[in-house]
Ligand binder design. Structure first.
Ligand code: NAD
Ligand code: DAU
Length: 355
């Protein structure tokens, strides 16, 4: 069966990787991207699919019900892959309002529009609403705690994770109340091509290249589980095709790494790849800075449900994935340089006020 997909947030990091994956794997499917092109959205992320006859880009806000209704009807959408969000924890600490608006109100708007569209079309069993969420909704783990499973109680700690938790609850409620065929995925930290410079891995790569200090929060011993973005996209593909409506699937890379160790791995790769770095060894740039407010100590994912039930496993190891990512940022200077805009510098000064 061919699908008509609406991908919200498809000009962002994971959304764009997902669009590339989908267009390559299912060239007969229709893919419509709805994206507001906030600071994190970039039409150039979709350059390789623009011009395909089965692809269409619409600039618009997921909170705008009339645009959403119009796309659902005119494109006869049967599947929503919902990525659009405010996604950066540090920005949520500076200004939580946009997170509540897009992540909660925007998700609610999409759910209402899809409920109507699904109902008007006599509730076809093949329709799907995939809500792409995060492991951060489960809160923070201590070193000896078991990894998050799908039954771990929600305990979000940042305005970002609280707004994602709110949207997860709404999605869950639409399945339980209306029987709408929703799916939720909660994934760990992604990395790879097209990630906006504010996030840890691109920030460290770019700062090394331009000889700027590498700011590590607190003692650097916070732990994240890292998943290569291509593996995440494959997981979302199997969830759309084979996931059971109403279910939640945790997705993770089984790659727990302390931040400081990850930064050292990146520095070694940069030293290896770039002979003329402004500062060598690049570990000399590492600077411990004031900790993020409410900084979650550790995330870890138990992904046995998706592995056993949908036969998905990650395929890219952390050392392979970091190599691919570093190479991409080295080759794509023309992609990231324009993103270090005045707006970005102002944001940077606010978060890293010591610079
Ligand atoms: P991103 O910030 O790179 O991209 C978000 C995209 O959404 C941008 O293109 C932006 O323009 C768009 N957008 C924002 N507000 C919008 C609005 N009101 N209407 C329409 N478009 C809007 O985010 P990302 O890292 O690609 O994350 C995508 C999704 O995956 C998010 O829902 C996030 O919570 C989730 N997630 C991210 C990670 C990660 O490590 N990055 C891990 C797990 C889950
Ligand atoms: O766990 C999934 C989440 O991963 C997603 O839901 C979020 O959208 C995504 O942004 C990411 O959140 P994190 O806060 O974990 O990612 P970030 O890249 O901002 O930070 C990773 C770790 O590195 C975290 O412990 C904070 C630390 N850090 C981050 C930055 C930007 C630093 O030490 N220095 C930095 O400059």
């Amino acid at each position: 069966m061919s699908r008509q997909l609406l991908v919200t947030g498809g000009a962002g990091f994971i959304g764009a990787n997902f669009v590339h994956h989908w267009c390559q794997a299912y060239p007969d499917d229709r893919v419509v991207v709805l994206d507001a092109l906030t600071y994190a959205g970039n039409r150039r992320n979709l350059a390789t699919v623009e011009g395909r006859k089965n692809f269409c880009f619409v600039q618009g806000d997921i909170c705008d019900r009339s645009i959403v209704d119009q796309i659902l009807q005119s494109e006869n959408i049967d599947t929503i892959a919902h990525f659009a969000a405010e996604s950066h924890v540090d920005r949520s600490i500076l200004g939580p309002g946009a997170f509540v608006q897009t992540n909660v109100v925007g998700t609610f708007t999409l759910l209402e529009a899809f409920r109507q569209h699904w109902g008007v079309n006599s509730k076809p069993p093949a329709y799907r609403f995939l809500h792409v969420s995060t492991d951060e909704v489960y809160g923070s783990l201590s070193p000896d705690d078991a990894p998050f499973s799908e039954t771990t109680p929600y305990a979000p700690n940042s305005p970002y994770s609280a707004s994602k938790a709110g949207s997860d609850h709404l999605v869950r409620a639409y399945y339980h109340t209306y029987g709408m065929p929703t799916l939720i995925t909660n994934c760990s930290n992604n990395y790879g091509p097209y990630q906006f410079p504010e996030k840890l891995i691109p920030l460290m790569c770019i700062n090394t290249l331009i000889g700027k200090s590498l700011p590590v929060y607190g003692d650097g011993k916070n732990v994240r589980d890292w998943l290569y973005v291509g593996d995440h996209c494959r997981a979302l593909d199997v969830v759309i095709h084979s996931g059971i409506p109403g279910e939640t699937y945790n997705i993770g890379g089984n790659n727990e790494v302390e931040n400081i160790n990850l930064v050292h791995m990146l520095c070694h790769l940069m030293d290896e790849f770039v002979p003329n770095l402004p500062v060598r060894p690049s570990t000399d740039l590492i600077t411990f800075v004031k900790d993020r407010l409410g900084h979650d100590r550790r995330y870890a994912i138990n992904a046995t449900k998706i592995q056993n039930q949908l036969h998905w496993t990650p395929s890219v190891t952390i050392s392979e994935g970091l190599r691919l990512t570093v190479e991409w940022y080295l080759q794509e200077r023309n992609w990231w340089e324009p993103l270090l805009s005045e707006e970005y510098q102002a944001y940077y000064r606010k978060v890293y006020s010591y610079t």
